[in-house]
Ligand binder design. Sequence first.
Ligand SMILES: Cc1cc2nc3c(=O)[nH]c(=O)nc-3n(C[C@H](O)[C@H](O)[C@H](O)COP(=O)(O)OP(=O)(O)OC[C@H]3O[C@@H](n4cnc5c(N)ncnc54)[C@H](O)[C@@H]3O)c2cc1C
Length: 438
Amino acid sequence: MSRTQVAIIGAGPSGLLLSQLLDSQGIDNIVLERQSREHVIGRIRAGVLEQGTVDLLLEAGVGGRMQHEGLIHDGFSIGFEDRAFRIDLRALTGKAVTVYGQTEITKDLIDARAAAGNPPAFEVGDISLHDFELDRPIVRYFHGGRSHEIACDFIAGCDGYHGISRKSVPSAALRTFERTYPFGWLGILADVPPASHELVYSNHARGFALCSMRSPRRSRYYVQCASDEKLEAWPDERFWDELVSRLPADIARTVVAGPSIEKSIAPLRSFVVEPMQFGKLFLVGDAAHIVPPTGAKGLNLAVSDVRALYRALSAHYRTGRSEGLHRYSEQCLRRVWKAVRFSWWFTSVMHKFSDEPIAHRLQLAELDYLAGSHAALASLAENYVGLPEPRLCPTLMAADHHPALTRRAAKLTPTRRVRRPDRNADRLSHPPIRWETG
Ligand SMILES: Cc1cc2nc3c(=O)[nH]c(=O)nc-3n(C[C@H](O)[C@H](O)[C@H](O)COP(=O)(O)OP(=O)(O)OC[C@H]3O[C@@H](n4cnc5c(N)ncnc54)[C@H](O)[C@@H]3O)c2cc1C
């Protein structure tokens, strides 16, 4: 039996980035991936990165190409009723987002892992996780024509929604929350210049459409489709016709059609599992939560889980302190639920749910309100660029976005015991109240 400190299941962005960051701290790890390298690199998915995601990729030493090729977007547009309005992210929040494909991030990370001499093991079969509720977890798998067994301190389940990690936890120990939307996204990638230099989200009586891009020469477009839609029913011509029919005329005119180089259908769901850890097994990214792609939050949430777990593991190995590990789930879930809420809201406003005329009228009223309200636009922009990291201070939960309140509260009583009128108070053993000022 061999040994490592952290066994990482899955070589998606979560697993690869965690491996890269742990390596930078001298923490031994192995990444086990079910698919081939080509399959992993070929998956076309996310493209909009929050600043926090960009920062962590830079910290991991894999941001060079992203800095060079990524497109900084200071805003995006929403179209409805044949008009469009712009959400000026920079003016509303002081922040922007970066457009850089998940595929490119994955390539950069795989290259970096190989350069560091610790590439993922691809095409690994029959992975099973054991004893993670005890002190010494074990991972068994089949690779290179033989069976392997590896002992570790921790397992990071980075294997996505369909992976083995979450399924290895006894179901009674987990609570799941799920909503499946009655439609999907049909997406195509084409080597044509984008219709607009920023993303355009469009609400239309025929259904939602999104104009996105990967570079100034490569476009990514989506149209809402039925959840049981078949790809064969969508030759390129039909896709382009449908796309332009759902865009405001000014934007539709700028669409350049061309042959698709990839075409796929993605289902839309909201899904969260609680807690995100069980003994020495930590669920990371899509293994623990899924959001509809409308708010561009999935990859960003995955990266924020990685940040929390990486910091907690680093502290554990550096100082022996394990609070970060104990609070991993609590810390991540606060951010996750806010992103689930935002993605659900944005999905609800932009998609066609039924033929009921009142449903579309209500959406149009909400979009009209949004277009004219600074407060509503600021709220949308704040969520889109990414909320700040939550602080673990339950008594100050409402103060997350109000630094002045946090400062005032912190000044009051840094570590004060509350005097209770209760005669038995002295016998209660509450831990001292700690204010975390971030
Ligand atoms: C159409 C679409 C558009 C999107 N757009 C955005 C966007 O703009 N912004 C954004 O932030 N997010 C977006 N997302 C979501 C984003 O792509 C995911 O959240 C992200 O891929 C999560 O990364 P992950 O590493 O946690 O999981 P995954 O990328 O799913 O990686 C999991 C890995 O584990 C492997 N695996 C699975 N089972 C096993 C097993 N038993 N053993 C070993 N390995 C296994 C898989 O092969 C895979 O490589 C989008 C998603 C879709 C589908």
